[in-house]
Design a protein around this ligand. Sequence first.
Ligand code: HT7
Ligand code: ZN
Length: 886
Amino acid sequence: PVTINRLDYQPTDWLIDHVSLQFELDPTATLVTSELTLSRNPAAGQESNGPGPGLTLQGSDCELRSVSLDGVKLAPEDYQLSATELHIAQLPEHCVLVIVTCINPESNTALEGLYRSSGNFCTQCEAEGFRKITYYLDRPDVLSVFDVTITADVATCPVMLANGNRVSHEVLEGGRHRVQWHDPHPKPSYLFALVAGDLAHIEDHFTTASGRKVLLQIYVEAHNIDRCDFAMSSLKASMRWDEEVYGLEYDLDCFMIVAVDDFNMGAMENKGLNVFNSRFVLADAQSATDTDYMGVEAVIAHEYFHNWTGNRITCRDWFQLSLKEGLTVFRDQSFSSDRHSATVKRIEDVRLLRARQFAEDSGPMAHPIRPDSYIEINNFYTLTVYEKGAEVIRMLHTLLGPVKWRQAMDVYVERHDGTATTCDAFVDAMQTVADVDLTQFRRWYSTAGTPEVRVSEEYDSQNARFHLTLSQSCPDTPGQSDKLPLHIPVVMGLLDQQGNSLSLSNGRALAAAVDSSQTDAQRGVLLDLTEASQTFTFEGVDAAPVVSLLRGFSAPVKLVHDVTDETLAFLMANDPDTFNRWEAGQRLATRLILGVLQEGRINADTLASLGQAWGLILADDSLDMAFKAEALSLPTIDTLEGSLEQVDYQALIAAHAMVSTALAEKHAEALCVLVTETRQAGVALLDPAAMSGRKLANTALALLTWLPESLWGPLAAAQYAAADNMTDRIAALAALCHGDSAARQDCLDDFHAKAIGNRLVMDKWFAVQATSRRSSIVEDVAALLQHADFEAGNPNRLRSLVASFALNNPGGFHAANGQGYRFLADQVIALDSRNPQVAARLVSPLGHWKRLAGPARDLMRQELVRIRDSGPLSPDVFELVSKALQ
Ligand code: HT7
Ligand code: ZN
């Protein structure tokens, strides 16, 4: 396999000014006629006097039927054809090339290019799927106007969709019909989409700020038509938000969403025709949890927001992926935070970052948000590019402040609309309005790994001064060592011993949030940490203060700050930054669990501090219940792992269990009350207080499962029986699945019976079993692979069983005998030839063997070796396995 390097980027020699595509749809032999209007790129490097550059088009898995240049059919000797390219050596500066290919959607199990899902035709072209449809300049910096004609059987494909606006429809002989679509916005091939089949739809309208009426449609299989309303209201809310917050309006006459069951990722932002994994469109009370609803809203928003940050302004090359993804994740996070609790949203995002992105940063695939090289670009749709990328954007937002941020975004859109650009150009746009010099900040784009910030404090009572020293470092990562200091925005505050916020003599002022009643002192200040070590002095501090650092998680770093249990308990109770109140609890819990690892027993004093702090939270009726739920949730195993050099999973899991049990015991009574009394009857399903109540009640139930089943089993069974929504039903089932009661099997059987006919609910039935703490879990999961409802070809089903087990069941996956590792490796090997993209995503849990302690290290490594030696691998799996074994 070939490695592609960022610095090798060259502008394209050819432009495609216009492309006309004709599809004669057929399940096994679809004919694609592509007419490309080509011209030499004036911006390309010119070879002096030579014959001009030849044209190399990318293509794979499509059978070439013919090539014509300016109306003349070319003979095979006029071009060169390989498995991945079509090369024509000589062409006039302006010409028209017509290429006919034949493809087989039915046999396309990789789900890239044109494929079939539930009998319907659909496409997925990002990143490099278009080349599986026809030969093309399949790179994001070639923008063209597309006209698309689709012909198919009326009976099987009454609906035929493509990007842009529909311009004609005609009925043909022989039961066929034809539609034509025109997209006026030049776009790269990865944003092309086609959908055809027997689909039902709902529709609505949105009137833009400037008064244009846009038709909104959501297409699904007919049996799902009643599950689309929430997605539609999320779409309208997203459209309004982008106008109000960024002044960005929609730009076509219609916006369509299609839900498909077989999809490699979450969704795809094709211009005017978003294609979604059905799990991010379909939602109703009987099938979707509150978390599912929030996921639908966030993904609908994310894809819609791409219309500007991704489509109107796209990436010059795939190394710039975070230009659109980091920015769009930041935008969807801001949207969700504006619509729900901002603190809870921030906590959820930080939990994900710490649990998964920090792990990526400390593993074999560590890369900067703008990677330097790749073998398979699909492997770089990572938590680093998306989530850390969003953190980098958030830091820019913090450094600029909200007003300048908006001005800078206006400059960015104004400068780059209609182009394919770079992360550097994005920061240039920010710099035009920023007060701070962003030169050093740019290092975030090229530095891999999670920086560590060490903190030391010194109080000088004689001079009433407080000195805060922050020292940064970043661990070595593959190919990167001795890293230069980053520009780290540290939002902080100081509290006196009574919990009052002090006015600070150092640091930059922070803008107030629109709806905030906080004083300047409560908000704190922004420190610009730019040196390897820097001391910040605060004058007029009359007594030793308590420091609240990195408020709102103002930078994606690991903070090392040695403070007492009392200080953490104090911050939990008093910090005006609610994120940091939660954070203090997480630090206390982490200390308790890691203490068990070191000392073999629970530190009674720390347990008392945390137990007491939990008591205060449980008793505080002024707190949002969703926040309470977060405060009563311990850090997960994969988050804790980030604090350890070498990980003995069995010991870590035992320590986590010991602390969970101790805390559940301490508060058993209050937790039982929460399970039975928090839920509100008779309110709307999506009422915010009702959702928060369910979150708290189900967090309490999950904690109780650490105690003997006699205490919580009847509660869980009763909750299952009484549940009128999926959130409570699945939480009760998840609890029961940890145990061994008769209710467990009864409820599983009942759930299964109700899931028949709803694939998303059946996915939950598999996932809930895959995350059970039963000792027989590996055998249980292996048995589920043989279940009649298991569908290996459906990525959602595969993820619900195999990925849920590998990522969300640390006890089972890290089973001491290595069975969990072997199980996962078997799945990767079985899947690779069918769907390399999904197979590769299953490799990453095996990539961390070097960080494991004891025999587990070698057991995991052996499985990687077994995959490596299992036969010819896809570039996707090859890249991950070979990097992990290096
Ligand atoms: N931009 C999209 C990313 C994507 C993708 C989606 C589905 C299947 C394969 C894919 N490869 C890349 C989705 C997004 O980030 O919005
Ligand atoms: Zn995206």
